[in-house]
Ligand binder design. Structure first.
Ligand code: MG
Length: 337
């Protein structure tokens, strides 16, 4: 098996602003695994500086992982364990390999990856569309542009979060979920709760910094809406300490490092009666379509990363009237645009 990697430069339609910064150009790494019969599996790494990765670290890590590629593409568990043993961390790089191996296995069998996992594609929940931080006028323009999405996810964690919520409520009555991206202190978060309620917000994601699990528990005690952990929950091992502190977890392949770990996380979360959300980074349809494969298992789907792009080089899972639609082709069912 051979591994090829290439940097993809992606631009968002509007500069994408969250509590910890603004950006309009994103670099991800497209991974192609080619087996001895010429069958190709595709994956994408969306590295985040916040988790210690860049495209450069991904490319370096892939060189290490290239030395331990499986000889049998169906030995998915062993392959993923082998990557982890060869080089720990580098989760977005490993996520790209995991997606590519699953794509390859599905193509060899002639079935979509979600069917390999035993899932019914019709069970995907609606996907939210994210409204980044901006001026009131630009936020209202983005809300109008997001007309086809029935649920909006609003980025907060600014000095004027009320103005943002109020600007959005002036132009829509849609369901709103809020993501503070670690932008609040305990006091601010608890002070924000009545405001979120006033504006009809239904979910609050990651109000506090990642390590403040005790604080998350205090916010949850005061909250009447579910609190979801994102930056506090990377892999399965992070779930048990969060039990009792949050109501749900947000799974992203760039954090978990693997589709199989994502499924293990869902099982562990369910055992603890936690809600499960699947999210994404700003990435092309390769990464989004990989994450979409497990969406029939989750409560909340937030897979708008490719929908926020000015131009997506690939065609895969789409969001149709808010509903996530999985491609029917074998593997991830992806094609170049
Ligand atoms: Mg989040």
């Amino acid at each position: 098996m051979r591994l090829l990697a290439e940097v993809l430069e992606l631009k968002t339609r509007h500069p994408f602003i969250i509590a910890r910064g603004s950006q309009d150009t994103y670099r991800t790494v497209q991974v192609r695994l080619i087996d001895d019969d010429g069958v190709e599996g595709w994956g994408e790494a969306a590295p985040q500086r916040f988790y210690g990765e860049t495209t450069e670290t991904v490319l370096e890590a892939l060189q290490v992982y290239a030395t331990v590629l499986p000889t049998d593409p169906f030995h998915l568990e062993d392959a993923e364990a082998g990557f982890e043993m060869a080089l720990h961390g580098n989760n977005s790089a490993r996520a790209a390999l995991s997606a590519a191996l699953h794509d390859l296995a599905g193509k060899r069998l002639g079935v979509p990856v979600y069917r390999l996992f035993g899932l019914d594609a019709a069970k995907c929940p609606l996907s939210t569309f994210t409204i980044g931080i901006d001026t009131a006028e630009r936020i209202q323009m983005k809300v109008r542009e997001a007309e086809q999405y029935p649920v909006l996810k609003v980025k907060l964690g600014t000095t004027d979060d009320r103005a943002i919520l109020s600007a959005i409520r002036d132009v829509t009555s849609k369901e709103l979920r809020v993501d503070a991206n670690c932008g609040w202190t305990r006091k601010q978060a608890i002070r924000m709760l009545p405001l979120l309620e006033e504006f009809g917000v239904t979910v609050l994601e990651q109000p506090l910094e990642p390590t403040d699990l005790e604080g998350l528990g205090l916010v949850r005690q005061e909250a009447r809406i579910p609190i979801v952990a994102d930056e506090s929950c990377l892999t399965a091992a992070d779930i048990p300490p969060l039990v009792g502190k949050v109501d749900g977890i947000n799974i992203k392949l760039a954090k978990t490092g693997s589709l199989r770990e994502a499924v293990r996380m869902i099982a562990i979360a369910r055992a603890h009666h936690l809600m499960v959300m699947v999210g994404c980074m700003i990435e092309s349809s390769i990464g989004i379509t990989a994450a979409a494969q497990i969406c029939p298992l989750v409560d909340i789907c937030d897979l708008d990363g490719a929908a926020l792009l000015a131009r997506d080089p690939y065609v895969g899972a789409t969001i149709d009237g808010g509903r996530l639609r999985l491609p029917e082709g074998p593997g991830l069912g992806l094609s170049a645009r």
